[in-house]
Ligand binder design. Sequence first.
Ligand SMILES: NC(=O)C1=CN([C@@H]2O[C@H](COP(=O)(O)OP(=O)(O)OC[C@H]3O[C@@H](n4cnc5c(N)ncnc54)[C@H](OP(=O)(O)O)[C@@H]3O)[C@@H](O)[C@H]2O)C=CC1
Ligand SMILES: N[C@@H](CC=O)C(=O)O
Length: 823
Amino acid sequence: MATTRPVRVHKFGGTSVATADRIRRVVQLVQAEPETVRRVVVVSALGGVTDQLLGCIDAALARTGGHRATIETLRQRHQEVLEALVLPEERTALEAQLNAHWQALTELLDGLYLLRECTPRTRDAILSFGERLAAPLVAAAFRAAGSAAIALEATELVRTDDTFGEANVDFATTHRLIRERFAAIPEDQVVVVTGFIGATPEGVTTTLGRSGSDYTATILGAALEAELVVIWTDVDGVMSADPRLVPEAFVLPHLSYREAAEMAYFGAKVLHPRTMEPLQAKKIPLRIRNTLRPEAPGTLITADAPPPPWYARAVTAIRDIAVLMLEGAGMLGTPGISGRAFLALAEQKINVLLVSQASSEQSLCLGVRAADAEAALETLRRTFAFELETGRIRRIYVVPECATVSVVGDRMRHQPGLAGRMFSALGQANVNVLAIAQGAAETNISAVIAQRDTQRAVQALHETFILRTMRAHLFLIGVGVIGKTLLDMLARQIPHLQAEEGLELRLAGLATAERMLWQPAGIPWNEARERLQAEGEPMDLDRLVQLLTTERPRRLVVVDATASEEVARRYPELLTAGVAVVTPNKRANTLPYAFYQRLREVARERRVPYRYETTVGAGLPVIATLQDLLLAGDKVQRIEGVFSGTLAYLFNQMAEGVPFSEAVRAAREAGYTEPDPRDDLSGEDVARKLLILARELGLPVERSDVTVQPLVPSELRSVSLEEFLERLSDWDAHWQEQIEKARQQGQRLHYIGRIEDGRLAVNVQAVGPDSPFYNLQGTDNLIAFTTTYYCRTPLVVRGPGAGPQVTAAGILSDLRRALEQMR
Ligand SMILES: NC(=O)C1=CN([C@@H]2O[C@H](COP(=O)(O)OP(=O)(O)OC[C@H]3O[C@@H](n4cnc5c(N)ncnc54)[C@H](OP(=O)(O)O)[C@@H]3O)[C@@H](O)[C@H]2O)C=CC1
Ligand SMILES: N[C@@H](CC=O)C(=O)O
C-alpha cells in the first residue's frame, strides 16, 4: 500500500473547472472531506478547451492560420483564471510553467501547418495540453485556499501501449508507478492529477479516449485501493432512462458495476463502459455526484446493489445505428461465417455493437455505428466476394437509421418471460423490432428498431419495466346519454385507477356525429365536451380512422358509444392497427355473419382486445357468463330471458296503470331506450341481443333467422321520430286491454326471448306467479342459461338491464379488462 490514510479520488470534468469560480467550488467540495482522508483530484481540461484544440488541429491542417488566434484566446483565458486564483508569490513560476506549454503547443501546431499532416500520435500530444494546463491551476487554487497541494502529470503515472486515441493501460506497471509516486508525497497534500492522458514506456504521450478522465480516476482509485471514487458531473446521477426521452425518468440511487457497464455500453451517457473495470476486483465503490447540487446523494455503484422493485433497473438507447444484414440459404451449416465477418470488421476497427442470428442461420444481423456503415458494407462484400458470387450468400445490405433500445438489470437473470414482456410492450407501442439480442449474462435484452421510434420505444419500456405503471389512451366516439355518463364516471374514477391500479389513462380525443377532436397529449376529462365544441373540427370518419390507426399513441382504446353501423364497420381497421375496441354498440356483432367472422379473426390474430359485454344486459355479466360456461366445456341447451330493460320497464309501468305512450316517454327520458326507441318497440334491439348470444354459441346465424313480434306496426319505421312519438298514444288502449286480460288470469306480460335448438325467437308472453319473470321490477333483465352443468336449475343472471349508470359502469369494467390484456 502506498498510503496509510483512506484515499478518496474525486474527478471533475470540464464544466466543473470551466472558470475560476467553478474551480473555487471544486476546492470547497474537496476541502469538505474529513482531514483524515487522503484527497486525490483528477481534472479534465477547462470546459470547451479540448474541442478548441481539435479546432486548432483542423485550422492548422487547413492552413487558415486560425490556430494561432485560438491559442492566444486559450492563453488569455487560462491567464485570467491564473490571476483570479493563484497566490501572488506563485504567479511568476506558474506563468513560466504554462508558457512552456503554450510554446510547445504552438510549435506542434505550426508543424502541422507546415506538414499538412496530423498523425494520431501528434493529435494525442496536442490534446494532452488541455489537462496539462488545467491541473497546475487547480493545484494552485487549493494552495490559495490553504490546502497543501501538488499537480502531477498522468504521463508519469499511467503506462499505456501506443494505440493513440484510445490507448490500452498496462495495469501492473501503472499501479506500481502510482504507488511509488504517491509514497513520496505527504499524505496531507491534495494531489491534482491530469485526467485523460498517459504515456508509452518510451514516454510518448497518449490519450485514453472518450471519458478518459473518469478512467484515470478509477485507475488511480484501484492503484491506491481507495475507499471511494467520486465522479462529479452536472447531473444528479445515473438515471433510469434519458430524461430527454422520458420525463418521468429518475435518479437511480444504487447500481451494480455490471449494470452500470451495461448501461454505459448500451447508451447511457454519464459513464463510459471501461470506467468501472479497474474498481471491480477490489470492490471499490464509485459515486456519481452533481457539482451544482452536492447535497443530492447521487448514484452509488458497487459490486452488489440492492435489487430494484422489479426485475429491470434502467432502459437505454443508442441512436445512429445501422444494421448490416447478410442473407442466404448457403449460410446454413457453413462454419465460420460470423467469425470471418467479425474479424474483417475488427481489422477495420469497426465496433460491432449488437449481433443477432436467425436460428435457421440464413441471416446474420450486425449493428454498427451509422458512421461505420459504409466501410462495414464494403468490408463484408469484399470478405464474402466468393460467397456472393456463388450465391451462398444471397445479399449483404444495410438498413440505415436504426437505434437499439435495451432493458438492463442484474435481477433479469434467469427470469423467464421478460423478453416476451419487452416485445409485447414494443408491439403495444406500435414499434417494429428488426432484430433482437440478449447478452449471455442475461442482464440486458436489446432490440434494434427504426430510429424514428426511439422515444416511443424507450417510454414504453420504461413504463413497463421501471415505473410499472401503465399509460393508456382512450378515444370516445359518441357523447350522448351513455358517452356523457362514461366521461363523468371516468373524471371521478381516474385518481382511483391511478392510485390503485397504476393506470394512467388519458383522453386522446372524442367525437360525435358533428364534431371530432384529436389531442393525443391528453384532454382534461372534465373539460372534454367544452373542448370538443371549442377546439373540435367537423366530423370526418375517414380522417378520424386514419388518425387513430396511423398516429396512435401507445395503448389506444376506442370506446364506441354510438349506435352507428358506419362506425361499427370500421372496427376491423382499428383492430388491425392494434387499436382496442370497447363498445356497447350492438351493430358490429349483428352485421352479416361474414363481417362478424372477420372481426373476430382480426381481434384474435392481432391479439387486440375487442370487448362488448354491455351489448347484452347493459352492465350485467351476461356474455362473460356464457363465455365462462363454454370455456369450461359446458353445452348450452337453452337461453331464455327478458333482454330489454326498456320493455321490462314498459310492462311493469303499464301493470301499474301507466299508459303505454307515457311509459315510453319516461323510459326515453331515463336513458333506457335506444337512440331511436323504435329499435326497442319493434323488437329489433332484443333480436340483436339474441343474435349476439347465438353467435357467441358458435351458431352462424343472421338477423333474418330471428323471429320477432313487434310491439308497434312496422310501417311506423318510415315516419319521423317526432311523428312516431306523437302517434304512440294510438296504442295505449290496445296495451291497456292486453295488460288487463293477463291480470284477470293472474298473469303479467313480458317480452321474452329464447335461443333453443338453433332457433331464435322473441315475443310477448303472459307469465304466472310460478315464472321467474313474473316478479321482475323496473328495468330488470333476467337471463337463464340451461346447460349440461346447470340442467335442473338454470344459471340466472338478473338485474337492471338498461340505464346510463349501469351501462357506463359496464363499459368501464370492459375497458379495465381490455387494458389488463394490453399490459
Ligand atoms: N341506454 C342504455 O341503457 C344502453 C345503451 N347501449 C348502447 O349505447 C349506445 C349509445 O346509446 P346512447 O348514448 O343512448 O345514444 P345517444 O343517441 O344518446 O348518443 C349517441 C352518440 O353517438 C353520436 N353518433 C351517432 N352517430 C355517429 C357517427 N356516425 N359518428 C360519430 N358519432 C356518432 C351522437 O352524436 P350527436 O351527439 O352529434 O348526435 C351521439 O353523441 C347505443 O349503441 C346503445 O345501444 C347499450 C346498453 C345499454
Ligand atoms: N335499449 C336497451 C338498452 C340496452 O341495451 C334496453 O332497453 O335494453
